[in-house]
Design a protein around this ligand. Structure first.
Ligand code: ATP
Ligand code: MG
Length: 341
């Protein structure tokens, strides 16, 4: 079966083609056109600009994805498109393309959830993931612990009460003038810093629930900067390392605690922040101690991409608990949350 994925929920225009044959997954193409450079001067995503760029890039990205896969649209079996969560005007661009292609070539269409896409980025690596699986989704807009008891069976057991982990990275990076996006910049400079130099809070670490909060940590960095005044490059690196360590301590310790309580068999990391080297290393090490199956997406599938959207579409189709939408009925759900199929 060949699945075409389309993703336009934020600032990446992406189209991918996935092939699943005898249970083996092959990514035939995954074209990602990033708008990072366009939004960087604004220090964040400008929705109108994002929509305009998707409009401009979608057709060439779509053509390139088919060309690289060496396929014609007629040979595709299924289209899977992100309908939310994300920026409404950006999401419509992908949906409109999906609808017109589905109608023209008479293809089935799957409405796919972006967060479920992040979860399923792990299934691009492996179909040996054992349930129950605990997902730590850490991205620019979300930080969630999602218990998965089977395909399409999700339960959110914890989430952030304010900023997402990626958002905190971006805001702290802006405070110390590291530019946008902040995550990669902070983790790079943190390699040269001392994570024990500044004692920053680990918000909600000792609470009994699995929720998170990162805005207090961000404010603690702000006060620290006020105290320090002008800072050197070395101090910047120390702040970055201390901040990164605080975020990782909370994320990893809460995930491990939940993994024990829910007696899961696997831990799956995903979302843009899952590109963070130290987070990957730490969570993997802790999962190993519990002898749990551990998975993290390959680096190119940590950020937004259409391959993960095709993957979730495939499983949604395979497990048929899902009613196919009429392509005309497909609409954006900008605040969509993970939901049972
Ligand atoms: N190495 C890294 N360390 C920490 N954070 C990182 C790293 N690389 C990327 N990020 C962060 O990942 C985030 C982007 O992730 P992603 O693209 O999945 O978010 P999004 O799609 O905007 O949000 P959502 O998936 O919640 O809708 C940004 O906040 C970015 O700073
Ligand atoms: Mg994302």
């Amino acid at each position: 079966m060949k699945i075409l994925g389309i993703e336009t929920s934020c600032d990446e225009t992406s189209v991918a083609v996935l092939e699943v044959k005898n249970n083996k997954i092959k990514i035939l193409s995954n074209i990602v056109s990033s708008q990072v450079k366009i939004h960087a001067p604004f220090g964040g995503i400008v929705p109108g600009l994002a929509a305009r760029e998707h409009e401009k890039n979608l057709a060439p990205v779509f053509k390139k994805a088919l060309k690289e896969a060496e396929l014609k649209m007629e040979e595709i079996d299924l289209i899977s498109v992100t309908i939310g969560p994300g920026l409404e005007i950006a999401l419509w661009k992908g949906i409109n393309l999906a609808k017109s292609v589905a109608q023209e070539f008479k293809k089935s269409l799957i409405a796919a959830n972006h967060l479920e896409g992040h979860i399923y980025s792990n299934f691009l690596n492996s179909n040996k993931i054992k349930f129950p699986a605990l997902n730590l989704i850490v991205s620019g807009g979300h930080t969630q612990l999602v218990l998965m008891t089977g395909h399409g069976e999700f339960k959110i057991i914890g989430e952030t009460q304010d900023d997402a982990a990626g958002e905190a990275f971006d805001k702290v990076a802006r405070m110390i003038k590291l530019g946008y996006p902040g995550g990669p910049a902070i983790s790079k400079i943190a390699e040269k810093g001392d994570s024990k130099k500044f004692n920053l809070p680990r918000p909600m670490l000792n609470q009994k629930n699995y929720n998170f909060s990162f805005s207090g940590l961000k404010t603690a960095v702000l006060y620290l900067l006020k105290d320090l005044g002008e800072i050197s490059k070395k101090t910047k690196a120390d702040i970055s390392a201390s901040f990164q360590q605080a975020v990782i301590d909370v994320l990893v310790q809460k995930t491990i605690k939940a993994a024990k309580e829910y007696r899961v068999k696997s831990i799956l990391l995903s979302g843009g922040v899952s590109a963070n080297k130290l987070l990957r290393k730490t969570l993997q090490k802790e999962a190993k101690k519990l002898k749990l199956f551990y998975s993290q997406p390959n680096l190119q599938y940590t950020g937004d991409n259409a391959a993960m959207m095709a993957m979730v579409g495939y499983y949604k189709f395979k497990y048929k608990k899902y009613e196919m939408p009429n392509s005309e009925d497909l609409i954006v759900d900008a605040n969509l949350s993970v939901k049972n199929w």
